[in-house]
Design a protein around this ligand. Sequence first.
Ligand code: HEM
Length: 486
Amino acid sequence: MRPRLNPIDDDEVAIAVNVRRPAGVTGVHGRADRGSEPAAVGPGGSYGGRMISDAGHRLPPGPRAPRLLQAVLALAAPAAVFPAAARRYGVPFTLDLMPRGRKVVAVSEPAQVKDVFAGSPSVFHAGKGNDLLRPLLGDHSLLLQDGDEHARARRLLAPAFGRREIAGYRELVEEVTAEQLSRWPRSGRVRAHVLLNQLTLEVILRVVFGVTDSARLDRMRPIVARAVDAGPIVMIGLGIGPLRRLWPWSREVRDLETIHEFLGEEIEAARRDPALEKRRDLLALLVRASASDAQGLSDAELRDQLMTLVAAGHETTATAMAWSMLELARHPRVQERCVAEIAGDGSEYLDAVLKEVLRLHPVVPMVMRELQEPATIGGRTYPRGVTVSPSIVLAHRSPGTYPSPGDFDPGRFLGEVPTPTEWLPFGGGARRCIGASFAMMEGEVILRQLLERYRLEPVGGGREWPRSRNVTLYPWRRARVDLRPR
Ligand code: HEM
């Protein structure tokens, strides 16, 4: 007998089609048919959610909780909320998070992720989702731009992140890492995330500005650290005019003015520097590229992009390294294999360790794209105005792609190049993290020097829950580990 259809049954059929692969098709890691993935269907095969619509279009089902509660939960605990919603409603599911009442559709299956990342940048906008950062980063920040403006800035910045340029920064990263690690205690218990934040801030400041005048950098370091590490309350308040006169927003406004003044002077000095050709820092590369391009970056654009690189390029890497230290402390055999590889000057296993850390502990849980026109994703068409969000947490925990997804197993990446729709810690498509290769190089340098110096031991069980701050997920207790000298 045919079951009676209720209003969401059509949606259920569409979702079931979306999440299933043809039988026998396996992922790159030789995994089973995704048709059997538990996330595909809600309990008992029912999705049980309300029908959700946006501008008269039916969207996949999702939770009924009030918008504010959904927003708070999704921002505070994405690593718990997204898997729970996927189990309940299947993927894709719809969340009601956005202030203007527009909906967010979470996707995670490779075919869905591919449609988002391969979509036209003029249709799939990412900039609006980062609007909160505008007072910190400025109007010309890559993170806030879209369309032609973004494409032009990306074209001008990309050469500074080429393979040769990354290799060129390596020596400086090694030098700064050695200098910073020499200040760490020889042994004892540390909150690794705190120390790593200082280390990566120093790396990015020195790589971005060079070391033209270390006294100037010494003066700016605490101000930059305070400004870019501001929490969500400061960020929200900065966009509200009258609050800018009150503490702590007034301090943030002053800090930003000081930083802008400093950056303006650095840019002017670089433009006039007779030794510019020999300099290897990012500012020098960008000034050189701008000089040889009729459409080069103006001073204001350079300032906002430098600020963006400093802000986007330190806490992310520090957090990835904090998770790495926790996992290595919990897995002594993995740690010893890294040490053996370092002694033989190899890097294949270290690379696999970093990839596995970023899979199991994605620093950024999801990325967002707001549709400027209707678009088809995973066989389903969504209206203009909807935000589609490839969920990094869900994609990385898919048992169809990664058998025993909760296990820390770097071996799964040995000899494998992960596909960009299955391993996406740096997002993807035209907006993929511009600093991804830099971060992987920096991560390898830090791991090498850490393990040459220390044996890492866990504190208690060594596990920490992810905690959300701004857009990153860092270890709850800031990665407590015991350092032992080697
Ligand atoms: C482990 C470290 C890092 C992680 C996990 C990470 C992750 C991400 C993610 C998920 C995005 C959004 C991509 C998307 O929307 O598809 C992003 C964008 C970006 N990241 Fe990173 N990032 C890291 C390190 C860095 C570093 C070191 C830099 C700079 C040196 C950097 C600069 C940027 C910039 C400028 C963007 C905006 C790109 C655009 O919109 O075109 N990131 N990053």
